[in-house]
Design a protein around this ligand. Structure first.
Ligand SMILES: Cc1ncc(COP(=O)(O)O)c(C=O)c1O
Length: 483
């Protein structure tokens, strides 16, 4: 495997040449950086915060080191073409939708899609058809979409142009992508996958297969989430004959800044090189660290730790065991409270909700500290067990699909008025409401607000989960479409 780092090496060469910069960025290689920023970043990072020099290629028309770096990433992941996405997976998803569909196209979207998918639907003027993922009442978790539901959606809509699946979901559960790809392709639709949480898949037989190897036509991955790239650095991969790569490249250009941060781009090159050199070993290390935590937590009978026995239920075809999802309801405390208690002892988790907490582990957790940290986590749980309270009934996060009155794009651009959220039943929502994490929309622009949605949001707010999307982040008021 090639572990050259063409982009990183070009930056290093440019820095070593000590060219005097009569150009952006204004801090001029760190010469003018504010003292604390200079200390924070370090001399070398600031000197590598370079601009669009010809030696460093052009993300909008790559032909040199950046193109080479993207080609190496494509080779590693088995893509025909890979694009670096310094605007995160959000940007990659927007480009994936803008570059593969045309305004008015119908897209089949499971309702557990991330808010960036809804953003792409608004930008692209697409017509969403939603399918509800299965729901696990015992764990209060949204699972995956079933193959049957996808087939049913195609049976009732003969003009679907694309299916966009989030796989794995936030909790590591993958969908049956080979079967979904088969159905989509039989109906001349393309399969797009939001694999934000899956850049490490396919490197171990103990993890689910990567979407690209399950027949997906385009896959957006957050290299920064589970691998070693800097935050915001993602990739978009495409494969096969169904897409026009020039159109996807043009869409990437639409959503990508003309001043990409080369530290982010270099981090993609380095993360790819790291995986090319030792991907299998690194992923095994992630699994080893996650298993240590899992083994320690399953010994506490009040906790339920999600494991591979979930496969085959609720549309789940595989589980990424580097995510350790713990249902803490048996303690009589909420996930939010347990998250706060963990934070108090110096441990931060990826996600909390009323009943669950999610530990995200990577190869970087196979380190000297991990045994001690797991000891601290177990100790905290034992303290909570000792002060055990009455066990609550499972949180009900199951929602009916709201009625779509207007297309998301039409509602986004419609005349709006503000009203009290608690009195908004019957109004057409002009904003997107999610709770973050996981950032899955409860209602999107164009849908009718119901009493059920109002009550549901109220419950999540009371559980202490932060609202994301509406202008009023307290969700006292909401923008609705003027009738
Ligand atoms: C499933 C999913 N898709 C897309 C995104 C957006 O990714 P990014 O933060 O890289 O823009 C996220 C981020 O949390 C996500 O969880």
């Amino acid at each position: 495997m090639n572990n050259n780092k063409p982009l990183y090496e070009a930056i290093e060469k440019y820095r070593a040449a000590q060219v005097y910069p009569f150009h952006t960025p204004g801090h001029k290689g760190g010469r003018g950086a504010e003292t604390e920023l200079a200390e924070l970043m370090g001399e070398r990072a600031l000197a590598s915060d370079v601009s669009l020099m010809s030696e460093l290629d052009d993300i909008h028309n790559p032909t040199g080191c950046l193109q080479e770096a993207q080609n190496l990433a494509a080779q590693l992941y088995g893509a025909d073409v890979t694009f670096f996405a310094p605007n995160g997976t959000t940007g990659a998803i927007h480009a994936m939708l803008l570059g593969t569909l045309v305004p008015g196209d119908k897209i089949l979207v499971p309702r557990n899609a991330h808010s960036s998918v809804i953003g792409g639907i608004i930008l692209g003027g697409l017509r969403p058809v939603y399918v509800m993922p299965e729901y696990n009442e015992e764990l209060s978790l949204s699972m995956q979409v079933t193959v049957e539901d996808i087939a049913e959606a195609f049976a009732t809509n003969n003009d679907i142009g694309a299916v966009l699946i989030t796989s794995p979901n936030y909790y590591g559960m993958t969908a049956d992508l080979p079967a979904i790809a088969r159905i989509a392709h039989e109906h001349k639709a393309i399969l797009l996958v939001d694999e934000a949480h899956g850049a490490h898949l396919g490197f171990s037989k103990r993890l689910p297969e990567s979407a690209l190897h399950c027949g997906a036509d385009a896959v957006a991955q957050s290299t920064h989430k589970l691998l070693g790239a800097l935050t915001q650095s993602s990739m978009l991969h495409i494969r096969g004959e169904r897409l026009v790569s020039e159109q996807v490249a043009a869409a990437m250009n639409l959503v990508t800044t003309t001043s990409p941060n080369y530290l982010l781009l270099a981090s993609l090159d380095c993360a790819r090189s790291q995986m090319a050199a030792a991907g299998k070993t690194l992923v095994e290390r992630a699994i080893k660290a996650a298993n240590k935590l899992r083994i320690a937590l399953v010994k506490i009978p009040q906790l339920k730790v999600l494991d591979k026995s979930i496969i085959g239920q609720g549309g789940v075809a595989g589980l990424d065991i580097t995510k350790v999802l713990v249902n803490v309801r048996g303690l009589g405390f909420t996930g939010v409270y347990v998250g706060q208690e963990l934070r108090r002892v110096g441990i931060a988790v990826e996600l909390v909700d009323r009943d669950n907490i999610l530990f995200l582990l990577t190869y970087a957790d196979d380190n000297k500290e991990i045994n001690e940290i797991i000891g601290k986590i177990v100790l905290l749980f034992m303290t909570l067990v000792a002060s055990q309270r009455t066990i609550m009934t499972p949180a009900n996060y199951k929602l009916q699909l709201p009625r779509q009155v207007l297309l998301p794009r039409v509602a986004f651009y419609a005349g709006k008025k503000k009203c009290l959220f608690k009195e908004a039943a019957g109004e057409i929502c002009a904003e997107q409401i999610s709770f973050y994490p996981p950032g899955i929309p409860i209602i999107v622009p164009g849908e009718e607000i119901t009493e059920e949605i109002i009550g549901y949001c109220q419950e999540l707010k009371e559980a202490g989960i932060p609202v994301s999307g509406p202008k009023d982040s307290n969700l006292e008021r909401i923008q609705v479409v003027k009738k």
